[in-house]
Design a protein around this ligand. Sequence first.
Ligand code: ARG
Length: 263
Amino acid sequence: MRLSSFALFFLTAGVYMSSECFHTEIIGGREVQPHSRPFMASIQYRGSHICGGVLIHPQWVLTAAHCYNWFPRGHSPTVVLGAHSLSKNEPTKQTFEIKKFIPFSRSPSGYSSHDIMLIKLHTAAELNKHVKLLQLRSKNYLRDGTKCQVTGWGATNPDQLKSSDTLQEVTVSIISRKRCNSQSYYNRNPVITRDMICAGDAKGQKDSCQGDSGGPLVCKGVFHAIVSGGLKCGIANKPGIYTLLTKKYQSWIKSKLAPSRAK
Ligand code: ARG
C-alpha cells in the first residue's frame, strides 16, 4: 500500500512535473566550475533535459529507473556528455543515441524500491579531459550527518518549469534510515528500505529537485547513491530520497557490463 503510493508518485510525476517538484528552488546550491564533474550525463528528449546520469564505463550510464517513464513514445532520448551549459554549443559535448535501457526491475511498480537503471550508449564515449568515468566502489556505510554533494541540471527556479542551464551542486547531510522513516519525517510513507538513503538539510534549504534524478550523491569522494525522489523539494523533514549503491546493485551492474554477456 505504502510502496504503491510511492510508485504512484513516480508514475504521476511525469504528468504533474509542474506541481510536484518545482515549488522550492535548490537553495544553497551553486554552479560548479565548468567540466569539473566530467562524469555527469544529461539524458535528453528532443533536446530537453529530463534526468541526470553518471558515466561508469565508456559505453554505460547509470541513472534512475523512473526516468524511463518520462520519455514519451516515438522519439528516442539521447545522452549528452561533456556538457556544462545545456543550451550552449560547447565543443566538449558528445551526444549519443541509446542502444538499450536496463532497469533493475522490470515491474512497472518496482521503481520506488529499485530506482536504478543502466543505459547502454550506441557507441563508446571518447574519454578525455571533459568526459571521464566515476568509479563504483563497494564500501557503503554512511553515518548520520555525513556531508555529501549532489550534482545536477535540475530545477533551480520555482516559478519556471525548466532545468538549470548550467550544472549545479549542493552539499546535503545524510539522514539515517531510522530518522527518515520516523513520524516527523516520511513516517514510512514511503518506507525507506535498506536500498535507499535520505539526505537533506536541517533547515530544508538544500536539496536536489526535479531534473536531478539519476544524478550522483558523492560523499568524501565516493559515489554512494543516485537521486531518486522526495516530496516536493527543499522541505526540512521531507529530504531527498536516494537509491543506495549497495553490493546487490553493484554486482548487478558488474554482471550487465561484463563483456561476455550480450545482455
Ligand atoms: N523526482 C525528481 C526527479 O526525477 C527528483 C526529486 C528529488 N526531490 C527531492 N526533494 N530531493 O528529478
